[in-house]
Ligand binder design. Structure first.
Ligand code: AOF
Ligand code: ZN
Length: 364
């Protein structure tokens, strides 16, 4: 099942709004065929796995398939996977977790009615974590927000001079750009926009032909006075969205931005405490945005967490120490908090990237 989960993650970013699913076929305890859902509209993982078996000359009859999600039982863009498994005479199907989609559910019962052994709930938590994005899309109208943070061992995200210097190593940098390649929008707070003058593009060597750069979103109650001074507004003004206070959205600066093709969206709430949720919903509704990558800084990150909008945190831990009292911190902006007020997470994945460690965290 762990191998099936690893395979499933390869589809992340291209299957939306469908789930990432992986499958392996096992004979005498050994994996003999593999498959995963590669992109929206393509074959489901189970059929990919059966096709792989066919290609390798493996007869699936009587073998065991491990699949991260309950096989679908409906005629959708592809025929039901349950039928494929029944026709192939697979002996046992081990399922990670039930399909939360009522249209497709019921696969377990159908397989059992046809005499196939079904074991349910193997590595269930990992299989649920894998489809956190799909579960969100099933019950909300929001993109799945990945909050990215890179910090020193002492939790600092820049030196006190607050200049845009890299903190983590080149391997982590490459991973961030991989993440940018799968999202519809990269989102930053005002501090990052003004301090770093970022371009927020995905820069990788092997970008597919026709790749569309993610939208750039800046959340700030202070709109720029001189748009042309900012890289983003010089180079990608019509791919940039400002989410700001109601008042700022009606200002002269807002009009000047709109003249350049930049969108300015009002958010409810006070400056400094904007309510972000309607902005994300609008990204989903108007821009077809299924994932965002939220890239700081520290105050913006903490407001996302406090508003329950950080669906997943990707934290790059770099083995360096600044030890400076005034340097900006990751996840900051609260006062007088006690241990009873901590926001608690589970580490779901760890990966070494050069000298750094990448932690993937989900809310507890
Ligand atoms: C996938 N890939 O590997 C599996 C899925 O839109 P359709 O017809 O492709 O069906 C999508 C539904 O099928 C999806 O919501 C989920 O409930 C189920 N299983 N979907 O895209 C897969 N196994
Ligand atoms: Zn299916």
């Amino acid at each position: 099942m762990r191998r099936a989960i690893e395979l499933a993650y390869r589809g992340r970013g291209t299957t939306a709004p469908n789930p990432c699913v992986g499958a392996v076929l096992v004979r005498d305890g050994k994996i003999v065929a593999e498959g995963y859902h590669t992109r929206f509209g393509a074959l489901h993982a189970e059929r990919e796995c059966l096709a792989d078996a066919r290609e390798k000359g493996v007869a699936p009859e009587g073998l065991t398939m491990y699949v991260t999600l309950e096989p679908c039982n409906h005629q959708g863009k592809t025929p039901p996977c349950t039928e494929g498994l029944i026709e192939a005479k697979v002996g046992t199907v081990v399922v990670g977790t039930r399909d939360p989609n009522p249209v497709a559910a019921g696969g377990v019962e159908r397989l059992r009615r046809h005499g196939i052994n079904v074991e349910l709930g193997v590595c269930e938590q990992e299989c649920l974590d894998l489809i956190g994005d799909f579960l969100l899309w099933q019950h909300s109208h929001s993109p799945y927000n990945i909050l990215k943070m890179a910090a020193t061992l002492d939790g600092k995200i820049a030196s006190a001079r607050n200049e845009p210097e890299p903190i983590s190593g080149p391997e982590s940098f490459a991973r961030v750009h991989k993440l940018r390649s799968m999202v519809g929008a990269v989102v930053v707070g005002g501090n990052t926009f003004y301090a770093d003058n970022p371009s927020l593009t995905c820069r990788m060597n092997d970008l597919p032909a026709g790749f569309i750069q993610p939208l750039a979103v800046v959340v700030t109650s202070r709109l720029p006075e001189a748009p042309a001074e900012h890289t983003l507004l010089r180079e990608r003004s019509n791919r940039t969205i400002f989410m700001t206070s109601d008042k700022a959205a009606r200002s002269k600066q807002a009009d000047r931005l709109r003249e350049r093709g930049t969108s300015v969206w009002p958010l409810p709430g006070e400056p400094g405490r904007l309510n972000l949720s309607p902005g994300f919903e609008r990204l989903h509704a108007e821009q077809d945005c299924y994932y965002t990558l939220c890239e700081g800084g520290g105050r913006f990150a903490m407001s996302l967490i406090e508003q329950g909008l950080a669906d997943e945190v990707v934290h790059f831990l770099t083995p360096r120490i600044l030890g400076d009292n005034t340097a900006p911190s990751a996840y900051s902006g609260r006062d007088n908090v006690t241990m009873a007020d901590t926001r608690d997470f589970r580490i779901t994945r760890t990966e070494r990237l050069g000298a750094d460690i990448m932690l993937t965290l989900l809310a507890k």
